[in-house]
Design a protein around this ligand. Structure first.
Ligand SMILES: Cc1ncc(COP(=O)(O)O)c(C=O)c1O
Length: 376
């Protein structure tokens, strides 16, 4: 099956793993984790990168870092995956679902304004499959209201918007490095931020709340447990070692995925019912996957996804049976009117573009799409 997954590990990852292995220090407190963080911060041109055990734990840690809990509201779009919503439940906060724009995973700004209340303590946007959204607009609004703006850029390693890396527009951006992602460490995640206090608090939260610097609320108790809350969200040194090799591969991966996406795009340009989603001005997707929009009422994404699946091609939208989060039992109580999200999630479909695809694979993808008749 052709999936949105390619394991791009070779002698470079093996070299870093062996080097780390020889240090006999494999825990999250290893120097290798610090080296990985320096390399991430340099790549993204930010002050701090904090490596954590997953994308999910990155958001969980951020919610603690911003002191969010019962009685607080966190804004999210219903098009986000469950992983971007579950940590909000974990800290006992309420989710407020804000509608998407008509053709993107960004927020409808009017709905965002209407649904902001005195209890709104965080706005979390989730740009999907590596495509830019209206992050600048969201940031300006969040700033005007003094609300922290966090982006779940788990799909967006190396995607560019307005000349900057996605994840650097907001107060803190977090990434997953689970094995499907463009920087992959098997399991893992990291946060990037220019905010010294948030970075310091994340370091405390990931290590049982232990104060680590004079920026702590308890600067006189550096290294002592029991003053601040935290859990164990550390990444292992072996995962960090893999990450060190992966950062160097990112640009090449994006180049190769962009070529594949362009080839698919050109080959299906004569199809009337399907086109790539609009790419925001001054942005460049990383092609984590290719995101297409069904433009004819004669087609719907579940049957197109099924037809692709039967030809050996797995679309993420089909695999995950995407639907608005509030249609799932555990998020039902937060249901809210989001017509754009509902329509978007019925019309989009993804195709794999990863660097492991051969010319024959790309030809199969194109052939399968082109073979679909109306009323699919
Ligand atoms: C958009 C998004 N956010 C968050 C996550 C959670 O990341 P992790 O699996 O590393 O916990 C994922 C995982 O696939 C994701 O796709």
């Amino acid at each position: 099956m052709l999936e949105n997954k390619y394991i791009n590990f070779d002698k470079y990852e093996m070299f870093e793993i062996q080097k780390t292995f020889k240090t006999r220090k494999l825990a999250g407190t290893s120097e290798v984790v610090t080296q990985y963080e320096y390399k991430l911060a340099a790549f993204f041109k930010v002050k701090h990168a904090i490596a954590l055990s997953s994308g999910t734990s990155s958001l969980h840690a951020l919610l603690y870092a911003y002191n969010i809990g019962p009685g607080d509201e966190v804004i999210l779009s219903p098009s986000a995956p469950v992983m971007s919503a579950l940590p909000i439940l974990a800290v006992g906060a309420q989710i407020v679902f804000v509608d998407n724009t008509k053709e993107s995973f960004g927020f409808d700004i009017d709905d965002l304004k209407n649904k902001t209340t005195k209890r709104t303590k965080m706005i979390v946007s989730v740009p999907m499959w590596g495509y830019a959204i209206n992050s600048g607009e969201i940031r300006d609004y969040a700033k005007s209201q003094n609300i922290p703006f966090i982006e779940d850029v788990s799909h967006c390693h190396g995607s560019i918007d307005e000349g900057k890396y996605m994840g650097t527009f907001c107060d803190a951006g977090f990434f997953s490095t689970q094995e499907r992602k463009l920087i992959s460490t098997g399991e893992g995640g990291f946060v990037i931020t220019n905010d010294d206090k948030v970075a310091n608090r994340l370091i405390e939260v990931r290590d049982f709340g232990k104060p680590v610097s004079e920026l702590s609320r308890f600067p006189d108790h550096i290294g002592e447990y029991g003053y601040l809350f935290g859990l164990n969200f550390r990444i292992t040194a072996l995962s960090a070692a893999i990450g060190i090799a992966q950062i160097d591969k990112l640009n090449k991966k994006i180049e190769s995925r962009t070529k594949n996406a362009n080839r698919i795009k050109e080959s299906i340009s004569d199809i009337g019912w399907l086109r790539e989603v609009a790419i925001k001005n001054e942005s460049q997707p990383n092609y984590y996957a290719m995101l297409l929009m069904i433009t004819s009422e004669d087609y719907n994404n579940s049957s197109v996804g099924k037809r692709l699946f039967d030809s050996g091609i797995v679309s993420d939208t089909y695999r995950f049976k995407i639907k608005p989060l509030y249609k799932m039992p555990i998020f039902k109580k937060f249901a809210s009117d989001c017509p754009n999200s509902e329509s978007l999630l019925r019309k989009i479909i993804t195709l794999p573009t990863h660097e492991g695809l051969t010319s024959d694979d790309l030809a199969l993808i194109v052939k399968s799409v082109k073979s679909m008749e109306a009323n699919v």
